[in-house]
Design a protein around this ligand. Structure first.
Ligand code: ZN
Length: 514
């Protein structure tokens, strides 16, 4: 039995987004738990599909003694404010300093956090922890698929294990895998060799989905190389591959203006040559598929016209992904480009969500079901100079914003997202689901909570880039990706980078950063 500290600090930073992450954003619950520190952490994370929940469960099953630090996350946004970063990092460091003798540390990190004063949020945190605890204690972290994996992170962590799915349905599972690896390091007492590679082109989120090629095939190959290593042990000719312990490839989070933004991978092995060879093999496979990271994007008008054409003969909903207003990537989730197109084309029966507008949601709650809303909807942040949509908004249904997720990604999540409402424009028959906190439209329960059964809607517009596919793709007639203005700018070559390293292509097959 070992004594293992467990904690987490999650933020995905879109440095180009309008809203920063404050301490209050980390302190409150949304789809995931609020800031939690100390012994209560264990119970607070139980049952959530998040890495720390999977890690805690696995470490307990392996018989280890856990020392809870703190865990928190905030919705993706621009920079983490210095005060918030220092409060959380300070709590982790302080608790580690007073924890007594430790055998290992597990951390649930995102990997794409940028603080106001540190562009490599996780690298800096790991550097401070390493300086405190010394070089011998294993530090193992789990990582999001969208990690911008930096040399600093690779240097200070003993090992890191990333998700292998986008939509992320393996979050708790990844925490469990990280816990198993930490357990192995404690038993083996052999340091791992690290083979690190960066890929020299940015990949827009919309083309990173693992349900389709090329990401699907790349992660299959990674699985094969790892499996080959295990099978190879003891078999003739298998010795070369044998030394590979784990492979993590993170396709990156492009809207982060930092030097080390972009896809990368790290192979951990007991054998240097085997690790280097595997790293080369995976890197070549990604580079060979560069041109395949592509697809069709529609303007809002094109998308609505096409959706109405298909919906006229379809039995299942046509889905429109509002990929640039994804709050899971720093979007405000209140832009109105797609909503205006639905209304302009009178797409009767269409529903769009989540329209994050606390003002309108609270107003709807005050006025009550059946009344007409006396304010416009959306565009409260005013991204791109947009203004709220004024219409004959009838308040159809209210919700408390408290419900439990049921989809593959948010299953078990106890949502607390404030007042919600379904409002319908009487002239066009288009509806919007209003929410009070920024949350990505990833789970059918968000719609059912205000009386909408997603499968029965002709056109469903979702403010999400890829995650919605986990719960919604199985009931979709087809999915059209829409490029309406939003704070998650999909094509990185449109972003005004200042810190990104030179030489990297700004999109697959795209222009080179000078
Ligand atoms: Zn992610």
């Amino acid at each position: 039995m070992a004594r293992i500290a467990v904690g987490g600090f999650q933020h995905e930073t879109n440095t180009f987004a309008p809203q920063r992450a404050t301490w209050a954003d980390f302190e409150r619950a949304d789809a995931w738990p609020a800031f939690i520190r100390g012994p209560e952490l264990i119970e607070a994370v139980e049952g959530f599909n998040i890495p720390i929940a999977g890690a805690v469960k696995m470490l307990q099953e392996l018989g280890h003694d856990l020392v809870p630090l703190c865990w928190c996350s905030a919705p993706p946004s621009s920079y983490v404010e210095r005060d918030a970063y220092e409060k959380v990092a300070g709590a982790i460091l302080q608790d580690l300093a007073t924890a007594g003798p430790l055998d290992g540390i597990y951390l649930d990190l995102h990997g794409a956090m940028v603080a106001e004063h540190h562009e490599d949020g996780e690298g800096e945190l790991l550097r401070r922890i390493r300086a405190l605890v010394g070089d011998t204690i294993p530090i193992v972290t789990s990582l999001d698929y969208h990690t911008n994996l930096t040399p600093e992170m690779v240097k200070h962590a003993s090992a890191m294990i990333g998700y292998r799915t986008y939509p992320h349905i393996d979050m708790a599972e990844t925490g469990g895998r990280a816990a198993q690896l930490l357990d192995r390091l404690l038993k083996d007492r052999r340091p791992l060799y690290k083979a690190y590679r960066q890929i020299d082109f940015l990949i827009p989120l919309v083309w990173q989905c693992t349900l389709t090629e090329p990401a699907k095939g790349i992660f299959e190959l990674i699985g094969e190389v790892e499996q080959g290593s295990r099978r190879g042990a003891g078999s003739p000719g298998g010795s070369h591959n044998q030394g590979i312990v784990s492979i993590t490839h993170t396709p990156g989070f492009p809207p982060a203006d930092i030097a080390q933004c972009g896809p990368a991978l790290v192979v951990y092995g007991l054998d240097r040559d085997a690790a280097e060879a595997a790293a080369d093999r995976v890197a070549v496979a990604i580079r060979d598929r560069e041109a395949q990271f592509a697809g069709k994007l529609y303007t809002p008008d094109e998308a609505v016209v096409e959706a109405m054409r298909i919906a006229a003969h379809a039995t299942k909903p046509v889905m429109l992904a509002d990929i640039q207003d994804n709050p899971g990537a720093g979007g405000t989730s209140d832009t109105v480009g797609l909503l205006r197109a639905l209304i302009a084309h009178r797409a009767k029966g269409a529903v769009i969500g989540m329209m994050v507008d606390p003002e309108a949601a609270e107003r709807a709650e005050a006025l009550g079901e059946g009344a007409l809303l006396d304010c416009g909807v959306g565009a409260k942040i005013g991204y791109g100079g947009e203004t709220p949509v004024e219409a004959q908004w009838r308040i159809v249904r209210l919700g408390s914003g408290r419900f439990t997720g049921t989809g593959p990604m948010y299953g078990g999540a106890k949502f607390q997202i404030g007042p919600m409402a379904l409002v319908t424009d009487e002239a066009s028959g288009v509806s919007a689901v209003l929410a009070s906190k920024r949350i990505q439209a990833n789970d059918k329960e968000m719609f059912r909570h205000v009386g909408v059964e997603p499968a029965e809607v002709p056109i469903l517009a979702l403010k999400s880039t890829v995650h919605f596919r986990a719960d919604f793709q199985p009931i979709a007639e087809t999915i059209l990706c829409v490029n309406s203005p939003g704070a998650h700018v999909s094509d990185p070559s449109e972003l005004p980078y200042r810190h990104l390293r030179p030489g990297i292509r700004l999109r697959p097959m795209g222009p080179v950063r000078e």
